[in-house]
Design a protein around this ligand. Structure first.
Ligand SMILES: NC(=O)c1ccc[n+]([C@@H]2O[C@H](COP(=O)([O-])OP(=O)(O)OC[C@H]3O[C@@H](n4cnc5c(N)ncnc54)[C@H](O)[C@@H]3O)[C@@H](O)[C@H]2O)c1
Length: 297
């Protein structure tokens, strides 16, 4: 299948491109930065907010499926208005182009930050957080991702030929980050296990980039199994902590205390059961196997 991946030069994009290529797909990776892929995927440099450059990229790739990852990927990394404009503008432009040009499937990266944690007033209704739980974004990045999810829903209302959905990957861990490179927030994975205050900010979630790549591949290969216009959480099965996180959650996010007891058996704060149910997806990586350091045992 011909698949166009946007943001293919990024932390997650590199694994998504190589994963799709390894499954035999004909992959075109589009990014605003110059890049190449060892997997044989074609790397195209284009600013996808530029209509002419976007049209050219789509004409070259003639995609049957689109995986949309490009954007500003970190909260507070850029001015708020820029984060909103870039992430929402890219989603409408790329997903809309996919529909107009006859792709059979288009999937966009959202984020667990749509749930709106890290404010003193945050009160989860229940845990673990599944896709039925209300979204309550409060920062520009989280809001931009909530709008990306609404963009998927809006386009799905008028498109029956192209199946659309969004995926909320957890804190993505790329291969080099398992090996000790600094992660998105600047700490290593070993640091994040050793100091619960670091992982508390993302509710102790994480997910291996290769596992997320596997979910995107399942979606584009089996659009008939996907909830059209829907959203899927994608996180590791266990929390990024040495033991259960019920007590850590109650201390670091006091509004969660009334419902945190549900995590006492060691489960993650987020549920990916819907992706398992619809697509047979099960994350394979756990930090306990991937981190070799004695420091975190
Ligand atoms: N990394 C995570 O932990 C995480 C978690 C949840 C969701 N996500 C989402 O997944 C996606 C990928 O994240 P990532 O960690 O790989 O981010 P990243 O910053 O490494 O990659 C994003 C890529 O998008 C490209 N890009 C930005 N603007 C562009 C434009 N106008 N045209 C073309 N390319 C453009 C960038 O050059 C970059 O390579 C993002 O949408 C992010 O919000 C990431």
């Amino acid at each position: 299948m011909r698949v166009l991946v946007t943001g293919g030069a990024g932390r997650l994009g590199r694994s998504v491109v190589s994963g799709l290529a390894a499954r035999g797909h004909d992959v075109t990776s589009v990014d605003i930065v110059e890049h190449t892929h060892a997997s044989g995927a074609v790397g195209v440099r284009a600013d996808l907010l530029d209509p002419a450059a976007r049209a050219d990229a789509f004409e070259r790739a003639r995609p049957e499926a689109v995986v949309h990852l490009a954007g500003i990927a970190v909260p507070f990394a850029r001015p708020d208005v820029e984060t909103l404009q870039v992430n929402t503008g890219l989603a409408w432009a790329v997903l809309g182009e996919a529909v107009e040009r006859g792709a059979r499937c288009a999937v966009a990266a959202s984020s667990p930050t749509v749930y709106g944690y890290n404010t003193p007033s945050w009160r989860p209704r229940y845990l673990p957080l599944d896709e039925e739980h209300p979204v309550e974004p409060w920062h520009a990045y989280g809001l931009s991702k909530a709008i990306v999810e609404q963009t998927v829903r809006a386009l799905a209302r008028t498109s029956s030929a192209c199946t659309l959905c969004a995926v909320r990957p957890g804190y993505v861990v790329a291969p080099e980050e398992w090996a000790g490179a600094p992660t998105q927030q600047g700490h290593t994975m070993a640091d994040r296990v050793a100091d619960p205050a670091l992982a508390a900010v993302s509710l102790f979630n994480y997910v291996d980039a290769g596992d997320v790549a596997d979910l995107f591949a399942r979606i584009v290969e089996h659009p008939e199994r996907v909830e059209h216009g829907g959203v899927y959480n994608a996180v590791a099965a266990d929390p990024l902590a040495v033991g259960p996180v019920d007590g850590l959650m109650a201390r670091s996010h006091p509004g969660s205390a009334p419902v945190a007891g549900a995590l006492a058996d060691g489960r993650a704060v987020f549920s990916s059961a819907k992706a398992r149910r619809d697509l047979g997806w099960a994350p394979t990586a756990t930090w306990r196997d991937r981190l070799r350091s004695d420091r975190v045992r």
